[in-house]
Write a protein that binds this ligand. Structure first.
Ligand SMILES: Nc1ncnc2c1ncn2[C@@H]1O[C@H](COP(=O)(O)OP(=O)(O)OP(=O)(O)O)[C@@H](O)[C@H]1O
Ligand SMILES: [Mg+2]
Length: 366
């Protein structure tokens, strides 16, 4: 399940099927002298990513797709579930993560999500329990070590929206505490600066283009100056493309994640070409919307952003991985009257794991 930080995190199946909702917490007192393990956890709308330092001091990354299917949806009642990642909660059986993703694609079903727009989904009563099962799986530690600190990502409060992050942040804290770790929240975009901006004294701007949200932070010498979220991300693109060309969002995701480029539509059969063309329209619209919203927020907040030095703009998140993305956002930023002097516009080292890595850095610093 692990990949090195140099490699992009590909959603990997969990090591073993999951079947319990609330096993007993790890007991801290039993081995007071045992070494502690500290973890970074990125809790994303589509991907849950964990970063930990191995015995050689190298960062190891593991991840799960944050999706599920109810067994009723795929009609596999009576099937042997022993090799399939699943959870039994109350009366229901849920297929989890990568297995759910594969089943949904094979049977043409819509995937269910435990989170929406960066936060726990209010749509399914079981969302919190399902999320807890997946987090427990991801945070598993070897026998003989004790859980220490787990710094976990939370989004900023979304602007243009009445929702806020308080409920989500507290539920996650409770889930992680129950596993036995000491939970501490960290803004997702600020975590990117911790992971990426040691060279600029932990000063920079980061934009995390995720599935449910786009998160933005401005950080000066590791102190967050501005943090906010925008309610559009990869899901917004997928839903709009699916509606425009008449297909289901997970079919769009499969094409988008394969080899999509913002300006190249002439690939595949007719339906696929139409999906690619629509993806190009919505991608460019998202980038324009984010750059415009950043300008408005930087303008609107009454902050003295007179940074002494030029700072980097770090682009991250799975949605930013589309071909042509970085070139397009660079042009949009250059053509706007961006209020901060930038030293560069560049990708994070690994756009799918740098939030978890930033969380780990914070956990290890304390
Ligand atoms: N190679 C790729 N090309 C284009 N899009 C991709 C690629 N890989 C992943 N994505 C998209 O990136 C999004 C997931 O990115 P990420 O893991 O950063 O989001 P998240 O952290 O789960 O969500 P959020 O931060 O909004 O809660 C999904 O919309 C996914 O389809
Ligand atoms: Mg994210």
């Amino acid at each position: 399940m692990s990949t090195s930080p140099e490699n992009p995190v590909s959603p990997a199946p969990p090591a073993a099927p999951v079947s319990q909702v609330s096993p007993s917490p790890i007991v801290r007192s039993a081995a007071a002298r045992a070494p502690q393990v500290h973890l970074g956890l990125d809790v994303g709308t589509m991907n849950l990513v964990c970063a930990r330092a191995n015995t050689l001091g190298k960062i190891e990354i593991s991840s799960l797709r944050n999706v599920f299917l109810t067994v009723d949806d795929v009609n596999i009642e009576g099937m042997d579930l022993s090799k399939i990642s699943h959870a039994r909660i109350d009366e229901g059986v849920f297929i989890l993560s990568h297995d759910a993703y594969n089943f949904a694609n094979i049977f043409g079903h819509r995937l269910s999500r435990s989170m929406q727009k960066g936060m726990i989904s209010p749509e399914d009563i079981n969302s919190t329990d399902i999320l807890a099962v997946m987090i427990r799986e991801l945070l598993a530690i070897e026998p003989g070590v004790m859980p220490g600190k787990c710094v976990y990502s939370v989004p900023g409060d979304p602007i243009h929206s009445k929702s806020n992050v308080l409920y989500h942040r507290n539920i996650l804290g409770r889930i992680i505490d129950e596993i036995g770790f000491e939970a501490e929240p960290l803004n997702e975009a600020t975590a990117i600066i911790y992971a990426e901006c040691a060279d600029s004294d932990f000063s920079g701007i980061s934009i995390s283009f995720g599935a449910g949200l786009t998160n933005v932070a401005v950080v000066y010498k590791s102190i967050p100056v501005l943090e906010f979220a925008l309610g559009r991300g990869g899901d917004w693109i997928d839903d709009n493309v699916a509606m425009a060309v008449g297909t289901i969002p997970n079919r769009v995701v499969a094409i988008k994640e394969k080899d999509f480029h913002l300006d190249r539509f002439d690939v595949g059969r007719k339906k696929e070409r139409k999906v690619r063309e629509a993806l190009g329209f919505y991608y460019k619209n998202l980038i324009q919307f984010v750059v415009k919203s950043c300008l408005q927020e930087l303008d609107r907040r009454d902050l003295d952003l007179g940074f002494p030095n030029r700072i980097p703009l770090i682009i991250s998140g799975g949605t930013s991985l589309a071909g042509g993305f970085l070139d397009y956002i660079r042009v949009q930023v250059e053509e706007s009257s961006w209020p901060l002097e930038l030293s560069e516009v560049r990708y994070a080292g690994d756009p799918l794991s740098c939030v978890a890595q930033g969380c780990l850095i914070k956990a290890l610093k304390q």
